[in-house]
Write a protein that binds this ligand. Structure first.
Ligand code: GLN
Length: 236
């Protein structure tokens, strides 16, 4: 099984290292044609505007959108989540190009700047149910985005309570959707929508391999679905 890791910028090496620990080959993807030889793709964290510029330079957007549309498993972490979202707010005028496909609105720097990066324990019942292990996960949030709104087909996997210093910081920004999130005092940080997985934090920077292993199981589900629909269409 070969999994592609978008290697334009950011923490792609760390994802490849975790895949290796799980016995899976991760290959760096920088060109559109390289997507043809992988079954799934991880889009790492980094800086989403830089990543978008590089993706544009390498003419990757059409191939990435097609890859998502074809139903291949894709996991976006942090900047990768922003890339997969249908809509991103909290960015400079003009914004950045997104791959889209994940029906959600994301705030690019929801948790603030680099110095407001933090770590916290996350409860993710869906992954504990599939992967076992300890009841919580270490969430490493670096200039992290937050998910403000999700469509009905999106499964929420994890939320965090807002750190106590956040409301003051966030009121400096002026997005209406943010105000609603403040009122709720928690924000969505991990979601799944069909073959798409997205996390606002960085599992590849922890020793816990359960997120990667969960993602790899999505590949199995994907091929089972493909083979059962082939069996149906061939009358078996
Ligand atoms: N907020 C960053 C961005 O806009 C993402 C940070 C990260 O990937 N660690 O791209």
């Amino acid at each position: 099984m070969v999994v592609g890791v978008l290697a334009l910028q950011g923490s792609f090496n760390e994802h490849i290292a975790v895949l290796r620990r799980l016995g899976v080959k991760g290959v760096e993807v920088r060109k559109p044609e390289q997507l043809q030889s992988v079954r799934a793709l991880i889009i790492p964290g980094g800086e989403s505007t830089t990543m978008a510029k590089l993706a544009e330079y390498h003419n990757l957007f059409p191939a990435l959108r097609e890859f998502v549309k074809m139903g291949n498993p894709v996991w976006g972490t942090c900047a990768g989540l922003i890339f997969l979202a249908d809509k991103a707010v909290g960015q400079k005028a003009g914004g950045q190009e997104l791959i889209g496909g994940l029906n959600c609105t994301v705030h690019r720097n929801f948790f603030g700047s680099q110095i407001q990066s933090f770590e916290t324990e996350l409860s993710v019942p869906e992954i504990v149910a599939k992967e076992g292990g300890p009841p919580s996960f270490r969430g490493v949030f670096i200039r992290a985005p937050g998910i403000l709104e999700v469509g009905p087909e999106v499964q929420v996997l994890a939320e965090v309570l807002l750190p106590s210093d956040r409301p003051a910081k966030r009121s400096a920004a002026s997005e209406n959707l943010e105000e609603e999130a403040v009122a709720e005092k928690k924000v969505i940080v991990a979601v799944k929508q069909g073959t798409l997985l997205a996390t606002a934090f960085h599992p590849e920077l922890t020793a816990d391999t359960r997120w990667h292993s969960y993602f790899l199981k999505m590949l199995d589900e994907d091929s089972q679905e493909a083979s059962s629909s082939m069996a149906l269409s061939s009358g078996n």
